[in-house]
Design a protein around this ligand. Structure first.
Ligand SMILES: [Zn+2]
Ligand SMILES: [Zn+2]
Length: 333
């Protein structure tokens, strides 16, 4: 029987291949929590006075993020910090099923740590669901991938809701594997600007709520083990729109590289972070001529999508009214 290399007492149950450590489960879970806490401090992700909204996609990673942040708070480590959880339901058959199938579980988990859990829909924020946008686009013969529509509009929705709810940070559950893929993808696409844009230290000035990724150094497989032993549902439905996403193949390329270079994912993520620090967002960002949001172009991507779908006017009209209404409630639905 091999003993845990950390405590030396309990039998080892998990081999951390990148480092060669053999850990018992309590030591593995503690080390994940410690890693998250170290990441938060080193990158100054959360500070006293922050109101952090945790984005729940419904997948295990976001539920593990909720659980780990809840535990950190329970242990007195996030003093003076307010936490809440939310889901954005885009409104196509997949998201309705996937995102909402675990709503009761999420609500109970959030409540266990004294957090509220809210669900917001594209329909209430924009006046249109993702499906209506997709229909508009196809009627006009424009092809935009569903993942792009969801991604662009979800980012905008988070900013719009967050500004009204007073969020200072939005925490997403991207893990080491996701982040390594993003860095590699940006390099392969020659997209240097992306690094500056995603490392927004001066986010407030740019009118964007800062995104934080506390799980960015935690491996996907460790999150899966954590989820399994904490009773978090593991069932992952593959998004039906994922297959012609360029990311999909990178997962396998990275796994192959890792066989010979165990630290390749950490290296990529660290390089991405350093690049972000070196490349400041250049000035010269303009205000979108339709909605006023900060953008590198004349028209922001959100307005571009609505315009191509023939729904721009409706969207802008809805926005003007929505911003006058009561701030979205924090009651769970
Ligand atoms: Zn141990
Ligand atoms: Zn715009």
């Amino acid at each position: 029987m091999t003993l845990c290399t950390s405590c030396g007492k309990r039998p080892a149950q998990f081999l951390r291949r990148a480092s060669g450590e053999r850990l018992c489960l309590p030591c593995l879970f503690r080390s994940i929590e410690e890693k998250v806490w170290r990441t938060i401090r080193e990158e100054r992700m959360i500070e006293p006075g922050d109101k952090v909204a945790i984005a729940i996609s419904g997948g295990k990673d976001s539920l593990v993020l909720l659980d780990v942040l809840g535990r950190l708070k329970e242990r007195g480590r996030l003093r003076g910090v307010e936490l809440e959880a939310f889901t954005i339901n885009e409104g196509h058959p997949y998201s309705c099923f996937y995102r909402m199938s675990r709503a009761d579980f999420v609500k109970a988990l959030a409540e266990r740590y004294g957090m509220t859990y809210s669900v917001y829909t594209f329909k209430e924020v924009f006046g249109y669901s993702a499906l209506e946008v997709a229909e508009g686009l196809s009627k006009n013969g424009v092809e935009i991938h569903m993942c792009t529509i969801d991604g662009v509009l979800r980012r905008r929705a988070m900013n719009l809701i967050g500004k009204r709810r007073g969020w200072t940070k939005i925490a997403t559950a991207h893990n080491l594997d996701d982040e390594a893929q993003t860095v590699l993808l940006n390099v392969l696409m020659g997209n240097l600007k992306r690094f500056a844009w995603f490392n927004l230290e001066d986010a407030e000035e740019k009118d964007i709520i800062r995104r934080i990724k506390p799980l960015k150094y935690v491996r996907e497989e460790e999150i899966a083990v954590y989820a399994y032993y904490h009773g978090i549902p593991l069932m992952e439905l593959e998004c039906p729109y994922v297959y012609n996403n360029p990311r999909y193949g990178l997962k396998f390329i990275l796994a192959e590289l890792e066989e010979k270079m165990p630290s390749v994912k950490y290296n990529l993520v660290s390089v991405g972070r350093r690049l972000g620090e070196l490349l400041k967002v250049e000035d010269g960002y303009k205000k979108c001529k339709y909605c006023g949001a900060l953008t590198a172009r004349e028209i922001c991507r959100t307005c571009e999508i609505f315009e191509k779908a023939g729904l721009l006017e409706g969207y802008l009209r809805h926005q003007a009214i929505w911003s006058l209404m009561q701030p979205p409630s924090s009651t769970s639905r």
